[in-house]
Design a binder for this molecule. Sequence first.
Ligand SMILES: [Zn+2]
Length: 424
Amino acid sequence: MHHVDRNSGILNAEEKFTLEERRSYQETFLREVITVAFGAGTPLKAAMYGKRLPPENIRNIEDLQKLPITKKKDLSEGQKANPPFGGFLTVPISDLLRIHQSPGPIYDPVGKIHDYWRWRTALYSVGFRPGDLVVNTFAYHLTPAGHMFEEGVSELGAVIIPTGVGNTETQVEIMKNLGATCYIGTPSFLMAIFKKAEEMGVNVPTEFKLEVGFLLAEMLPESLRKRLIDEYQMIGRQAYGTADVGCVAYECPEVNGMHVHYDVIVEIVDPNSGDVLPKNEPGEVVVTCNNKIYPLVRFGTGDLSSIVDDPCPCGRTGPRLTRIMGRADEVTKVKGMFVHPSQVQKVIDSHPEIAKGRLLVDRHQDTDSMTLEIELKGEVPEGIERVVEETIREVIKMKGSVRIVAPGSLANAWKTIEDVRKWD
Ligand SMILES: [Zn+2]
């Protein structure tokens, strides 16, 4: 498979839709999805009844804003109250291909449809080609991940080598003996395999045939992407999806964001007000997919990103999600420990003189740092910073500094924790 052109070509004509073509295509499937979900009596029907909204009133993408957002919590609670699928499934359970359990727990049904999770297009875009030998290191049980990517690889016409998680030494042997050309998994596990290979005396750049890494489920630092090219002569690319809905967006050779799949309508929503935000503004990624078997309309992923739609030189016209910036529920890992927004709020509430505050999480020289920015109600009490820093230490069990900011400067800060760490 050497000297394969992994950067040119576009798999599907739909990826080159004009703005009007994409809108018309998406609104057609949107109306179908709404009709099916309503007809099957899914929770959407109850929500629409409550608002006296007949299905005919949802005709275009803007009309989606009349409908509630389905939160992950609605799914897990709905499934508990009305097992196994919370009433979201529109076909008899016997018509399914598989049922996965993902953490939550949430049951994920898979319909008997080619490329059900839509990864085929993404795999081509990141550089996979028919005939590739693909090592898939995602787990094949108690998560949809393994099968999800396996399906996409098969639909693309590439060869799957299902290795799952762990067994690093065996992974090294398989990659070397079979001459695997592509890897699917987390960036950190790929590096763990390389490290193990080097310990085993394998010269990775010459003895491995890896050319593309499809790197998911974790942040991919730009420094690591560069290292893969420089040290291992391989492409590292990312995509974004979830266990509930499958592929949402994927990188192209330009590596300037992730093109939204044409079968997915993405809205970026203010997590507090629920309002749809304009392009370039960060908010929660809310998706409506072309899935009539398990239609999750306006599914709130809980992930934060923003949309850009300037033309991409690759020729794909789909708008692009920028880097995933964290979780809308804001639970953030700092120095390996989870910090909850409620802890930050507790610090703020302990000091009546604070009008508003937010925690900035940053990173300097590979070490995380926390700064609580506070707006004060009146005069600045002498030594207030030290006193609040002491509260941070008590409540969050970590050292953080305090910075007083001018009244009004946090007016537009809707997050209690703002993660500003740069990973490149
Ligand atoms: Zn592109």
